[in-house]
Write a new protein. Structure first.
Length: 230
């Protein structure tokens, strides 16, 4: 998500570039992130739901994670009322640089093929960094076209839409979430609403069988059908 603008990114040298931190220092920061995460109550490294839906503390206060703490492979799931329960998935990396006196959020990612949730499809994209105001995330995403192979409802049919993500990035968590509103044009035309979830993964190959796409712990996608050839 650019959260400022959404554009094809030439910063990534091939698809595999989405999944590597690029240097030993970045790998070390990821180890620090995992160590800090283990110290947080009600958190886990498997992308499971945290005790608090949005990561706020018991008093409702939302403090963003310190800069450069939350980073690594991440799965973004977008669910809308147009195709409820069938989220569109994006795999890439997340990092949280310092920006404007606070923590920002930055993504580099590509859509996943809806048939296997493994193959990367469409162009590499980049979002952000966008500053978190007291942990609040507001991300207007300009109009763009989703590769049809990432469409879980009408496979092969591209979708053109614009949307805004609204949520909270509070503390050091394995899962962040919020809501979305948008407009789509083309085969389906009109406004839509929905939810999003960001799962921090232990590795790019650890996509959960049932990706979570919203703050409700029950907001889980159905697992893919078993391959009869296996």
């Amino acid at each position: 998500m650019k959260l400022r603008s959404l554009r094809p990114s030439l910063l990534l040298a091939g698809a595999s570039g989405l999944f590597f931190f690029g240097c030993a220092d970045a790998a070390g920061r990821y180890d620090d992130f995992k160590s800090r995460l283990r110290a947080e109550p009600d958190s886990g490294l498997d992308g499971a739901a945290d005790a608090d839906a949005d990561g706020a503390d018991e008093n409702g206060a939302c403090l963003p994670p310190d800069p450069n703490i939350v980073q690594g492979p991440a799965l973004l799931a977008l669910d809308t009322n147009l195709i409820p329960g069938k989220p569109i998935l994006f795999l890439g990396t997340i990092d949280t640089p310092a920006i404007e006196g606070t923590t920002g959020v930055h993504f580099a990612y590509r859509a996943l093929d809806a048939m296997n949730r493994h193959d990367l499809v469409g162009p590499a994209l980049e979002v952000g960094p966008i500053a978190l105001d007291q942990g609040q995330l507001s991300a207007p995403i300009p109009e763009s076209t989703l590769d049809g192979r990432a469409n879980p409802q009408l496979y092969g049919t591209p979708v053109t839409s614009s949307m805004t993500l609204e949520g909270r990035i509070c503390g050091v968590r394995t899962f962040y979430c919020g809501t979305l509103t948008g407009i789509t044009t083309g085969l389906l035309t009109g406004p839509f609403t929905g939810h999003f979830g960001i799962t921090i993964l232990s590795g790019p190959g650890t996509i959960p069988d049932q990706p979570r796409f919203g703050c409700d712990p029950s907001a889980l996608a159905d697992p893919l059908p078993a391959d009869p050839q296996q």
